[in-house]
Design a binder for this molecule. Structure first.
Ligand SMILES: [Zn+2]
Length: 69
């Protein structure tokens, strides 16, 4: 039987990655962090709706004079 090893490439730097790599599908932890950075930099904005919900809850409540902010 012939084993076919499909080469997978790191989505960040396009370097070939082994499936056994600890950071698969990234070639290294560094590339994994780069990919996470895309999310943090606002490429995908998902935080706005969550903020709106918490604002609505606070607006609906009675004012608390003892609250420290
Ligand atoms: Zn990489």
């Amino acid at each position: 039987m012939a084993k076919r090893i499909r080469s997978v490439r790191c989505p960040v730097c396009r370097k070939a990655v082994k499936k056994q790599a600890p950071d698969f599908p990234f070639c290294s932890e560094r590339c994994r962090q780069v990919d996470l950075g895309k999310w943090a930099s606002g490429a995908y904005v998902i935080s706005s709706p969550v903020t709106d919900i918490s604002d609505a809850i606070e607006d609906g409540g009675p004012p608390d004079p003892g609250r420290k902010s």
